[in-house]
Design a protein around this ligand. Structure first.
Ligand code: ASP
Length: 359
């Protein structure tokens, strides 16, 4: 799947420690596609050609290497096994680079960012994921800005020479967002991502202004630890007025099901129908984890606020707090992948492990 070694981009100064080293990882997506001038069709990534569209890369006083997935992936085809490969690339090259910039399609970028935030435990270096709405070769592309600023952020250090950003982020348009707080909200505009429940970690204007107090720091005593196990026995059930037992039964009887995310109303409320509560209770009795996430983009689940939420809490439904759906589903895949006992998974769902919830 992956090229065996990164191909060099700029002249190297490996002996001069002061030149930061950045690994650019291309996974796919619109950003790295290049328009064939004859046919107008979008063709997949070829790093030397891609570079010719971004002569600005030469302007950095950085060593930039690139690593490309052999077959670029439209991010709508994203799968957990690719997250494993991404985590592998970062872990394998962790000590060789000061920062990582990953080019990725925008469609499922928030899922990838969330998954990696759990898989790359105790990360001490920047992993900046970016992409674009228009290919980098097009005149009005948003890809150049996104790429160049992401590289600058991945190389940024404080006065002590330590990386400023030590987490998995999405940089898009002009904001650096915590990866597992981010959602794609726009299929058209350049400002396509939002983090409704956590403020931006940095804003890029004339200067890049970092909010250092908001950035997650690694535990100084623990090492960086990559994880590769994921279990996809999860599902999302969106509630709607009029939902009936047949729909719920079809969802709850899926083979291999280990966890259900209920997308509820408002502050975590669901219809108070006895048939629904019985089914949820039965599911929980069978050891399936049920997590409550609100359909609202902003705010948190508070099951004890209304009668319609209290029933869920009493049945043993786990609060999703202010999680994005992308973060809660990847967190479940991650925890289930480790085959932890149910009570441990429930405890960790109630714990902020990668900055994903305000618990
Ligand atoms: N479908 C593309 C993808 O997500 C769209 C994009 O890159 O923005 O890979």
């Amino acid at each position: 799947m992956l090229s065996t070694k990164p191909y060099p981009q700029t002249s190297h100064h490996h002996n001069q420690k002061q030149v930061p080293r950045i690994l650019l990882i291309y996974t796919g997506g619109t950003i790295g596609m290049i328009e064939n001038p004859a046919s107008g069709a979008l063709e997949p990534f070829d790093f030397p050609r891609f570079r010719s569209y971004v002569p600005e890369l030469q302007g950095f006083h950085l060593d930039i290497d690139a690593f490309a997935f052999d077959t670029p992936i439209d991010s709508s085809d994203m799968e957990p096994r690719y997250w494993v490969e991404m985590a592998h690339v970062i872990a394998t090259h962790y000590n060789d680079y000061d920062g990582f910039v990953m080019l990725h399609g925008t469609d499922t970028m928030a899922y990838t960012a969330s998954a990696l935030s759990f898989m790359l435990q105790n990360l001490g270096k920047p992993v900046i994921i970016t992409g674009s709405q228009l290919p980098i070769g097009q005149l009005r592309t948003d890809g150049k800005e996104n790429l160049l600023t992401s590289i600058e952020i991945a190389a940024a250090t404080n006065e002590k020479g330590q990386p400023i950003v030590t987490e998995v982020c999405i940089f898009f348009e002009n904001r650096l967002l915590r990866g597992n707080r981010t959602t794609k909200i726009n299929a058209e505009g350049f400002n396509a991502f939002r983090s409704y429940n956590y403020p931006p970690l940095a804003t890029a204007g004339i200067h890049i202004k970092y909010e250092e107090h908001l950035i997650k720091r690694p535990q100084p005593t623990a090492p960086f630890t990559p994880h590769y196990l994921l279990n996809t026995g999860v599902m999302i059930l969106t509630l709607f007025p009029g939902i009936g037992p047949e729909v719920v039964d079809a969802c709850f009887n899926v083979k291999g099901l280990r966890a259900v995310i209920l997308k509820t109303f408002g502050a975590g409320n669901a219809p108070q129908k006895p048939w629904l509560m019985q089914r949820i209770e039965r599911l929980i009795d069978n050891g399936i984890i049920v997590v409550n996430v609100t359909q609202c983009s902003k705010g948190a689940v508070e099951m004890n606020r209304y009668e319609t939420g209290l029933h869920l809490l009493q049945a043993g439904v786990v609060p999703g707090y202010d999680s994005t759906i992308e973060s809660v589903i990847t967190k479940l895949m991650f925890l289930l992948g480790h085959d932890y006992p149910t009570d441990k998974i429930i405890r960790l769902m109630n714990t902020n492990i990668a900055g994903e919830i305000t618990a």
